[in-house]
Design a protein around this ligand. Structure first.
Ligand SMILES: Cc1ncc(COP(=O)(O)O)c(C=O)c1O
Length: 384
């Protein structure tokens, strides 16, 4: 199909993406074309993206280290802020070592060149984030997907492929559904079948666990049970960039072999300094986490009062499943007219027939804003 026809078809199917330009910093309220919008689409779960301490730390590091890193990490791009961030991360996550990447997408792709050979079967949850799927597809191994959070299916596949090298990859908190992987059971199965377990907890870090160390902290799983943990700084930490963390051996293997580490410019040193500071903020954000979970509870109660079906997710990611892509876009557009941002998520990001609004709650929202969201959803659905 010609490119122009393909794009036209996308528009017809309700799958065309349009970017909105935000004229302000990120927060519960953002400005677009001089109008204020209530934002329920951000991953800035702890409200740190415009935090004064982080801004000051980044500005100070710009004064000391300038703007660009100058090269990739293995040439001359590895600077003191990167080294300090890695040390602080390892301590925060209670792991031997950590390695900083320029983005979560790149950190996940790195797995393809480091841990997978042609004899590897990569077992992945059906709802894993695209970057995990792409890692497997770019690798020399074979991708096999198990039904979402279905432990029996995973066990069946582990048994079937037990003569291969086995790698299991899962999101911790699923990015579009907000539910948690049954990680304790998965870790047990991986031990039984000697499969290497990789968890990407991009959305759990900062939000879950007493110190914000994510789903693994919540479920009390350590490096022996989950040898590789991946996370990003683009969500709860209020910045961008990412890391892999695990044993010294595994981290060294990423330094030596990861193509998306070796062949890309290092993260801005100033950002590395700010993210080191962000770990302190995340660790001490117990009250913010409590506030966030109070808001989620309120959302669920208000949805019930309004006789609307909220998802089963108990987390800060709340999908409102509409099904049809065009109808989802219609609802998102109507909310936009009411000065509310609630992004329509459609295929290929989610499966066909499961288009949804992906509502994300942050510790920076307040009760009145949640109430306004539910009122607007109710009014717009009633009118549709
Ligand atoms: C589970 C998961 N992993 C990785 C990523 C990619 O991270 P980054 O935005 O840092 O590239 C995302 C989303 O952005 C995600 O949801």
């Amino acid at each position: 199909m010609k490119l122009v026809d393909e794009l036209n078809q996308r528009e017809f199917d309700g799958l065309y993406r349009v970017r909105r330009t935000i004229d302000s910093y990120q927060g519960p309220l953002v400005v677009i074309d001089d109008e204020e919008y209530l934002n329920f689409s951000s991953n800035d779960y702890l409200g740190l993206a415009n935090n004064e301490v982080l801004k000051a730390s980044m500005i100070a590091a710009i004064e000391a280290y300038g703007v660009g890193a100058g090269s990739s990490q293995l040439v001359v791009g590895h600077s003191t802020p990167h080294k300090m961030l890695e040390k602080r991360l390892a301590e925060f996550l209670n792991r031997d070592a950590a390695l900083v990447f320029s983005s979560g997408y790149l950190a996940n792709l790195a797995i393809a060149s480091v841990l997978i050979d042609s004899n590897t079967i990569i077992l992945q949850d059906k709802l894993n984030h695209a970057s995990l799927i792409d890692a497997a597809q770019l690798s020399k191994g074979r991708l096999v997907r198990y039904r979402h959070s279905d432990i029996n299916h995973l066990k069946f596949l582990l048994e079937k492929y037990k003569n291969n090298n086995l790698v299991v990859m899962t999101d911790g908190v699923f990015s579009m559904d907000g539910d948690f992987a049954p990680i304790v059971e998965i870790a047990k199965l991986c031990k039984t079948y000697d499969a290497f377990l990789i968890v990407d907890d991009a959305h759990g870090l900062g939000v879950l666990g007493d110190t914000g160390a994510g789903l693994l902290e919540l479920q009390k799983l350590d490096q022996l049970q989950v040898p590789l943990l991946i996370g990003t700084f683009g969500k709860s930490f209020g910045g961008c960039g990412a890391f892999v963390s695990g044993s010294a051996l595994h981290v060294e293997a990423f330094i030596q072999k990861a193509r998306t580490y070796i062949y890309t410019t290092a993260m801005l040193p100033s950002l590395a300094a700010a993210m080191t500071q962000a770990i302190d903020l995340v660790e001490n954000a117990g009250e913010l986490r409590q506030n966030l979970f109070r808001l989620i509870k309120l959302y669920k109660e208000l949805m019930q009062d309004a006789k609307l079906e909220a998802s089963e997710s108990g987390s800060h990611i709340q999908p409102l499943i509409i099904g049809n892509a065009n109808k989802t876009v219609e609802l998102s557009e109507s909310l936009y007219k009411n000065k509310l941002l609630a992004a329509a998520i459609r295929p290929p990001t989610v499966a066909k027939g499961t288009s949804r609004l992906r509502l994300s709650f942050t510790a920076a929202h307040n009760k009145e804003q949640v109430a306004r969201l539910v009122r607007a959803i109710k009014n717009n659905l009633d009118e549709q």
